[in-house]
Design a binder for this molecule. Sequence first.
Ligand SMILES: [Ca+2]
Length: 327
Amino acid sequence: MVRKLILDTDPGGDDIFSILWLLSFLKHKNIDLLAITTAAGNVPARNTFNAACQILRLSEVDDIVVGRGVALPEQLFSHASHIHGSDGMGNLSQTLPPGRRRFADSPPSEKLIIDLLNRYPGEVTIVGIAPLTNLAIAENQAPGTLRKAKEIVIMGGAFNVPGNVTPVAEFNIAFNVKAAQQVFASRSDMVMLPLDVTRQLVFTSEMIADLVADYPESKLVEFMAKLVEFLTRTSLEHRETKGERGFVIHDAVAIAYLFYPELLTFKRGQVMIETQGKFTTGQTLLDNRHGVKSGFNAWVATAVDSHNLMACLVQDLTSLVERVHHN
Ligand SMILES: [Ca+2]
C-alpha cells in the first residue's frame, strides 16, 4: 500500500535534513509525498517557503506541491534565526539556485491540508515538524478536517527535560500555543515526539565526511557540509550539544517514526498544554500519577535508540546523494 504524506515544516536546519531524509525514500519506498506545507516558525513564512523550494531543487525533486504559510503578527516567542540563519538555511541560500516556485503564486498551506484530507479521507499521515499554525487554521476553516487524517505525528513538547525557549516550553508548541492546544483537542491519537527524545540526536560533520570525500563536485553534499558547520557553531554558542561539535537534529525523529518505528518507545496519555501560565505558557504536561486516568489524547515518545537512528539517517542520506548523482 502506498503511504500518503503531508510534511508540515518551517525550515530550519533540522527541518532541511529531515526533508532530505524523507526525499531519500521517494523512489524506493511506497510513499506518496502529497505536499510540503510550510509555516512561519524558525524563520518567517516567506523564508521557510523559499528554503523548502530550494531544497527540492537541489535534490532534483520538482513534482512536489509546496504550500505557503501565513505571517503571524503577534507571537509570544520570536523566530530562531540566531540558530538557523536569517534564511533558515545557515545563510547559504544565496549560494544555491532559486526554488522553482513563487510564494505569491503558491497555494496556502491550510488549503492544501483541507483539500488533500477531503480527497483522501482516512489515508493521509500529517507529519508536523513546525509550529502547528497550518493545522489549526485548517481545522478552524473546516471543522473536523484533522480527524480525516490517518494519523498526525508531531515533533514538539518537553516533559521530563527542560524546554528550549523557556525553562519549560519547547519551540513548536510555544510559538503558537493556541494552535497546539487546538490540534491536540482534535483527536485522541496524536503521536508526539518531544525534546525528551530529540535532544539525544546530535548530528556531526563526521557523519557526512565520507560523502564529502566521495562527492567533491556535489552541490548537495557541499551544502549539507556547510549547513552542518553553521549549525554546529550556533549550537555550541547556545550550549545545546554538551560541547559536542554538532547540532541537535530534532525534527529527524518524525521521519524515523515513519520508517523505523522500532527505534521509539511510547507512553499513552492525556497531554495538556499550558496556555495561561505566568511563567509556564507552552509547557506540556503528561499525567504520570498512578491510578485511573481521565482520558487519552496522545502517544508520547519516551525513549529512542539514538545510535541506530543516526546510523539509518546517514545511510539514507548517502542513498539520496547517490541517486541524485547517478540520475
Ligand atoms: Ca522545524
